[in-house]
Design a protein around this ligand. Sequence first.
Ligand code: SF4
Length: 323
Amino acid sequence: MTDTPIVETRGLEVRFPLPTHFLSREKPVLHALNTVDVAIRPGESFCVVGESGCGKTTLGRTIIGLQRPTAGEVYFRGKRIDTMDETERKPIRRDMQMVFQNPYASLNPRRNVFDTLVEPVRHLMPEMSASEARTRVEEVLDATGCDPSWQRRLPHEFSGGQRQRIAIARALVTNPAFIVADEPISALDVSIQAQILNLLSDLQAERGLTYLFITHDLSVVEHFGTRVAVMYLGRIMELAETATLFSRPSHPYTQLLLEAIPKLEGGSFDRPHPPGELPDPVNPPPGCPFAPRCPIAVARCRSERPELRKLKNGAEAACHLAE
Ligand code: SF4
């Protein structure tokens, strides 16, 4: 694995204007991403974790090109891609694919498996002949543990785990280098989740894939991630190697998330959720965004926003008191 990033964001910002109340002159804006810098290395599983509404899905969608940034830059293999139009971007789209959370919604219910898989080949790899495209579809079906007899069947004929295998096959069919996997196991039965995670790991080892793996579940990250970015209110709070983050979490938010991981013995499998609620992203608090929930906040935290900074253990944390 080299340290030269395959994907990089610099100062990435996404804001969504909200409808104005008819009695108000204010134009509310939701701050979905705030100055996010990531540099994803080839071959790694870069995990992004955080509660709902923290901006992790927006980050994945903006990198892949489904969302335009309000400010900042996105690079793929050193080339800036966020300013490209659809035609310029087309050759890169085969290299960057996405697996969505819900395999019940992400597959066209009227399209059989073969047509679902061959469509990206026809669109993004026009140099392939029809027989080469058919061979390609068969190859990815085999690689993802799908039976060749599935090709003429429709999505409703499959279980959730089988549909997610088909969705992974669709992402792989253009032979990408980078995949955004947005909560790829959270809609599946617990018994199936490990199978899909193992499949993603095996495919990464075989094909040298790089993942941006988005999840709310830190216990998944511990076994799957190379590095972890913990997000809160559109910002990265901590970025560390997985082993460092789990053995010595530096940010109070990470510490609370780790404490909230449910234990198998006698515990429930409800989503980890530290005490308190996310602040309103339309009116984020001044200073540290985590201050209203932080058990060790001091006066400085409520007025001065902490920047992400490097710590002695190699991690980066946005906290005045880390270390
Ligand atoms: Fe808590 Fe202050 Fe650190 Fe924010 S900067 S996480 S409020 S200690």
